[in-house]
Design a protein around this ligand. Structure first.
Ligand SMILES: [Zn+2]
Ligand SMILES: [Zn+2]
Length: 196
């Protein structure tokens, strides 16, 4: 075992909502057909998460109160717009939680943002009361560092794991999830061969 890490922030993945265009519970990312709505902000939640019986509480504890403050209500009429708003939750949670874990010095993806990602940054600024510059920086940071979790339905940001370099011929593998004493989004990096 090389190291363990806890997720700083977790949200619905862009692959799920922007590319596969699937509505998901904003807490556990299930895509079941009968999703309910949060009575405060109208974002989709499954019945388990709506009842507060899920494994995590990102929505209730991180953004729902902020959304009330900026008078946000998720779009019910335009599904493409709703999916874009759900895609904003990963960078929004990062921005709202940054105060608690402090600034982290991670690289941001450079160059021109793809159309989908630029639209998330615009939506963050227009609908969620975030400054344009912070919105773009948060989107770039997620793009460069977020790791796929929950079979690709979620994305998570890890402090230590973000410092690991990618290699197509990697010498370690990662394990995420509630097994071997890991928490729901606990990550363990294990070497697959001797590292000198
Ligand atoms: Zn759920
Ligand atoms: Zn809510």
């Amino acid at each position: 075992m090389l190291f363990r890490d806890e997720a700083l922030v977790v949200g619905p993945s862009w692959r799920l909502v922007l590319h596969e265009k699937r509505l998901a519970c904003v807490e556990c990312f299930t895509t079941e057909d009968r999703l309910e709505r949060c009575v405060q902000c109208n974002f989709p939640l499954c019945r388990i998460c709506l009842a507060g019986k899920g494994d995590t509480f990102w929505h209730a504890t991180v953004e729902c109160q902020h959304l009330r403050g900026v008078k946000f209500s998720a779009n019910n009429d335009d599904e493409a717009e709703l999916l874009r708003q759900i895609a904003c939750l990963l960078p929004l949670r990062y921005l709202l939680l940054r105060r608690s874990f402090g600034d982290i010095d991670l690289c941001e993806s450079g160059g021109r943002l793809a159309k989908d990602h630029a639209s998330v940054a615009h939506c963050l600024a227009a609908d969620f009361g975030v400054e344009e510059e912070s919105a773009t920086a948060a989107v770039r940071l997620m793009k460069a560092n977020a790791k796929s979790v929950k079979d690709g339905r979620g994305s998570a940001l890890y402090r230590r794991f973000s410092l690991v370099n990618h290699s197509c011929l990697s010498n370690c593998k990662t394990l995420v999830g509630a097994c071997d004493s890991l928490t729901v989004f606990g990550l363990e990096a294990r070497s697959t061969r001797n590292i000198r």
